[in-house]
Design a protein around this ligand. Structure first.
Ligand SMILES: CC(C)(COP(=O)(O)OP(=O)(O)OC[C@H]1O[C@@H](n2cnc3c(N)ncnc32)[C@H](O)[C@@H]1OP(=O)(O)O)[C@@H](O)C(=O)NCCC(=O)NCCS
Length: 235
């Protein structure tokens, strides 16, 4: 069970983070993996009434990873916390499946109150670096939150919000539903595939031209060097 959980998590990092090169690298060098694994222990302790032990366990995880997740927070499956440092996930926060959080994201409180006071994040949501989502707001499925945004109002599904306070951008997502674009930026599918191939060929041609020019220069330099070598040495 724990093995399956770990395998699924590592596979998700490898699929979604263009910088993740191997399973060993993800296992050893990704604090987001360590924080989520540690949270399963802290959450178990909390849910079984060991409140102080749960808090202490999450404190150790924060110490080791720079990611603070309250033991009561509910995390969905395949959560990726990329880079991690400075992430804070509050006590009553809930995160759906397949979400992607960058460093310095806060799921926090807007005003002091009791009860549910942290956000509820849907499935397949991307939250950019430094973004703050504050209060018991809901962020809909497939939404994207721009880096450094401050979200105070609910975000509808399939919507991108940016700014402080965050507002929807005047731009529809090219596709809706569960898919993933690294950094939340859709690749430009609108570009004609033929044009894309031509761009590739043009780049290769430029490279070949530069190589030929370098070879020609080297050939020109060679006879001069030979001539210099055959000349009698002066005094
Ligand atoms: C929000 C985001 C997902 C939008 O990506 P996109 O769909 O390609 O959108 P665009 O770049 O076309 O931007 C749309 C508009 O929002 C603005 N915008 C984009 N990101 C913004 C941000 N973080 N803050 C403020 N405005 C932003 C753009 O300037 C543009 O404005 P305009 O329509 O007036 O020109 C992306 O910009 C983002 O912030 N991704 C997270 C990246 C991240 O955290 N990287 C960390 C990697 S380590």
């Amino acid at each position: 069970m724990a093995y399956m959980f770990l395998r699924e998590l590592i596979r998700t990092y490898r699929e979604r983070d263009p910088a993740a090169r191997s399973t060993a690298e993800v296992l050893l060098c990704y604090p987001g993996v360590h924080a989520v694994l540690w949270h399963t222990l802290s959450h178990w302790l909390w849910n079984h009434g060991f409140l102080l032990a749960g808090r202490f366990s999450s404190h150790i995880a924060r110490w080791l990873t720079g990611i603070e997740i309250h033991p009561a927070a509910k995390l969905g499956r395949r959560l990726v916390i990329d880079h991690g440092m400075g992430v804070v996930i509050g006590e009553t926060a809930e995160i759906g499946d397949d979400c992607y959080l960058y460093h310095e994201v806060t799921l926090g409180v807007a005003r002091t109150s009791s009860g549910k006071r942290h956000p509820t994040i849907g499935n397949n949501v991307i939250i950019g670096a430094g973004a703050k989502v504050l209060g018991p707001v809901t962020v809909g499925d497939n939404a994207r939150i721009g880096s450094n945004s401050v979200v105070l109002d609910p975000v509808p599904p399939d919507t991108t919000v940016v700014g402080m306070p965050a507002r929807p951008v005047d731009r529809k997502l090219p596709r809706t539903g569960p898919h993933f674009d690294p950094y939340g930026m859709p690749c430009d599918d609108s570009l004609d595939p033929l044009l894309r191939d031509l761009e590739g060929l043009r780049a290769e041609l430029t490279e070949v031209e530069a190589r030929v020019a370098r070879l020609a220069l080297a050939q020109q330099a060679q006879p001069r060097q030979e001539q210099r070598n055959s000349m009698p040495a002066g005094d």
